[in-house]
Design a protein around this ligand. Structure first.
Ligand SMILES: *Cc1c(COP(=O)(O)O)cnc(C)c1O
Length: 368
């Protein structure tokens, strides 16, 4: 090959990464579109967050506070945590990546689960390390399978709890059992992006486990319950040693000033968040029951989405249902890349959107 035609070569492994494909957004030719493909809230953001965002527009010439102090203090106040143990990120996705860059390198292994969030795999590979995927049981994380996969090379274990796209969770004693079985040098990352939606007395997002350990971190997001996905805000609760290490890798101004201001206002408005939880609980059970009643199987969910399985044996394929729904303006998420070729994930939306999907799927299931 001539010198002139040779382009710079990415590091080994980079071109093996399958880039993340976000949920569909468009339904061509349909006047009214209901996007139920990215687990966004139908209620929008708190009016107080929007007001704070707008006020921030008058200081855009200034760099943001690189420590995001106002936001860390608001999170600390609401959750009863020391802000010194909190780091904010440009979405929790950024924090997942920073943790990988801080703790993983070539030769290391990161454990993920069969139907786990695809970002973990991408970030492990981007760090030059090797993703090790373990089986789940009935779309639920299997602690024994994770523990069996630990080797001397394991540096990180990723656990989404509740999980996406299954919507299932493992109880707090299972998380504790997982932690107890890990070597001290392995970092357990608890991704609790949907924690606010869970109403189960045997669930815990992981705050206590982080506080009591040196090798556990918990990540959270403002993209789901707080309705700020477009602003990109996430946070991590971690031991100070982890915060100190990751801080060395973090970009100095990784959150924008409007994000810091809006995030702080959003998390202080817990009344608004409670409304979103109520809406979700009501519709999560209504949607689940209605879909089961028309012959679909729904994985029991504790989140703001449901995984809907289609009976292929009856000639009802997820792919056809996807086209059928899209033609009517309802955009769900295909989850083939998550190991569910015959399922769709539906975000709980507005009353109108939920009823529309139920009606459309009733028609789809009854056809022929
Ligand atoms: C939505 C989601 C996140 C949040 O990502 P952000 O970067 O904070 O928007 C994290 N983990 C899982 C499993 C998710 O589904």
């Amino acid at each position: 090959m001539s010198l002139a035609s040779k382009s710079p070569e990415p590091r080994p492994g980079i071109l093996d990464i399958d880039a993340y494909v976000p949920g569909k957004e468009h339904a061509p030719g349909v006047a009214k579109v209901h996007k139920l493909s990215s687990n966004e809230t139908p209620l929008g953001a708190s009016p107080k967050a929007i007001e704070a965002f707008q006020a921030a527009a008058f200081n855009l010439e200034r760099y943001p506070d690189g420590q995001a102090k106002a936001l860390r203090e608001a999170i600390g106040a609401v959750h009863g945590l020391n802000p010194a143990n909190i780091m904010c990120g440009n979405g929790s996705d950024e924090l997942l990546g920073l943790v990988c860059r801080t703790y993983l390198g070539p030769g290391d292994e990161g454990i993920i689960t069969e139907h786990g969030f695809l970002v973990y795999k991408i970030e492990i590979q981007a760090s030059g390390a090797t993703p090790v995927t373990v089986k789940e049981k009935d779309a639920r994380v299997d602690v024994d399978a994770i523990l069996a996969a630990v080797t001397e090379r394991t540096k990180i274990v990723f656990l989404a709890n509740p999980a996406n796209p299954t919507g299932t969770y493992i109880p707090v004693d299972e998380v504790r059992r997982l932690h107890a079985g890990l070597p001290e040098g392995v970092l357990l990352v608890l991704d609790a992006a949907y924690a606010e939606y869970v109403r189960r007395n045997d669930y815990a997002a992981g705050l206590e486990l982080v506080s009591a350990s040196r090798n556990v971190v918990m990540t959270r997001t403002f993209s789901k319950i707080y309705g700020l996905a477009g602003l990109r805000i996430g946070w991590m609760y971690a031991p100070v040693e982890v915060i100190d290490a990751v801080n060395r890798v973090r970009g100095p101004f990784n959150l924008s000033a409007p994000a810091i201001a809006a995030g702080a206002a959003a998390i202080r408005d817990q009344a608004f968040a409670a409304t979103a939880v109520d809406h979700n609980l009501t519709w999560l059970s209504r949607v689940s029951e209605a879909l089961v009643a028309i012959g679909l199987r729904v994985t029991p969910s504790v989140t703001n989405f449901v995984l809907i399985h289609f009976p292929e044996e009856d000639g009802k394929r997820a792919e056809d249902a996807d086209d059928f729904l899209t033609s009517r303006g309802y955009i769900l998420r295909a989850v083939r890349s998550y190991g569910f070729p015959n399922a769709l994930r539906m975000t709980i939306g507005s009353a109108e959107a939920n009823e529309g999907v139920i009606a459309a799927l009733t028609e789809f299931m009854g056809r022929k």
